[in-house]
Design a protein around this ligand. Sequence first.
Ligand code: SF4
Length: 425
Amino acid sequence: MVTLGCSKNIFDSEVLMGQLKANSFEVEHESTKGDAAIVIINTCGFIDNAKEESVNTILQFADAKERGLVEKVYVTGCLSERYKTDLEKEIPEVDAWFGTRDLPRILKTLKADYKHELVGERILTTPQHFAYLKISEGCDRPCSFCAIPLMRGKHVSTPIEQLVQQSKNLAKNGTKELILIAQDSTYYGLDLYGKRNLAELMEKLSEVDGIDWIRLHYAFPSGFPMDALDVMRINPKICNYLDMPLQHITDNMLKSMKRGTTKQKTIDLVNEIRDKVPGITLRTTLIAGYPGETEKDHEEMLRWVEDTRFDRLGIFTYSHEENTGAYSLNDDVPQEVKQARAEAVMEVQQGISFEINQQKVGNTYKVLFDRKEGEHFIGRTEADSPEVDNEVLVSASESYVRIGDFAEVTIERAEDFDLYGKVKA
Ligand code: SF4
């Protein structure tokens, strides 16, 4: 099984692997052994770079098949969902193409049965101590730059009972941290319960024995369920952490992007979130070079990033995606200007991150250790999500920690993005 793209794809691959294992397939994730008879590639179709990576990976395994190194190559996921008709013609070596909601059909093609009793059981590709929990699929939002609804369909929430059962299964196998993911996690429950129900979901998940940290990703700014913040503030198991992609800040860009919010509402929301959950870690994602973005828009974004001082920030350059609302606009910002603007924002953010990190020197934090690398044990505080945020490095010659365990670490030195410390005796 090969997985490209986002944590939602990782989740889907893990579910498929669980089903295949239950059907007596020997399953591996991104094995380097090169001895697999069957390869399934779970692709990403989000933006140019991701699509290119997916196509190259397919071609790599198509070539391996031609050379008799693998028997079957199957492709699933967003790129396949979006471009199946063209890809079938262009890469005939692939045995079958599947969409993003095709699990039963994949299993049927592999002469495997869909094991209903396994709902929620999966083979983790992450270290056992943390796991992504996909709380819903699809998205009902009209963001003009985004192709995800084309590939993932309408928003469908997973019932709370199923998510609690999944979490119990995970905790039973040693998972301590749940990372809640969706296309839009703040929409949770509207389709199923007729109301935004994220607060209740987080409460219920926090009652699962063995789960210590619950982390919220992919929140959407407009219609934000403020009661979720009360749960976050009060419940020690819910990390004071929020990932909320905001994409841009100027009114004309937000309007053209169909984000359903304004500059002032965004600023007010960020202030309200920080008031409601003091010390919360805020992560956001932005887009540079959206059609019509002027130098003035860019300057305004830079000023806002300087003023807001997000704890964590990532930025993409705009990708002109067919069949999205923005595709009818003129992609008028040259690629090098998009790139330069993204780099300028990250430069500002690097400075902010360095300053914020300096304030952590001397403090002691609860750290969950993910791996050992070279001379260091590497972990994360409550303020850091795996793969995307900062890390805490502890010298292995000074301290010993078990991977997957928590330990109290006193920070001795801080860099732009990483912290160095010692395990408290
Ligand atoms: S909320 Fe907007 S950006 Fe996010 S997946 Fe939905 S349409 Fe795309």
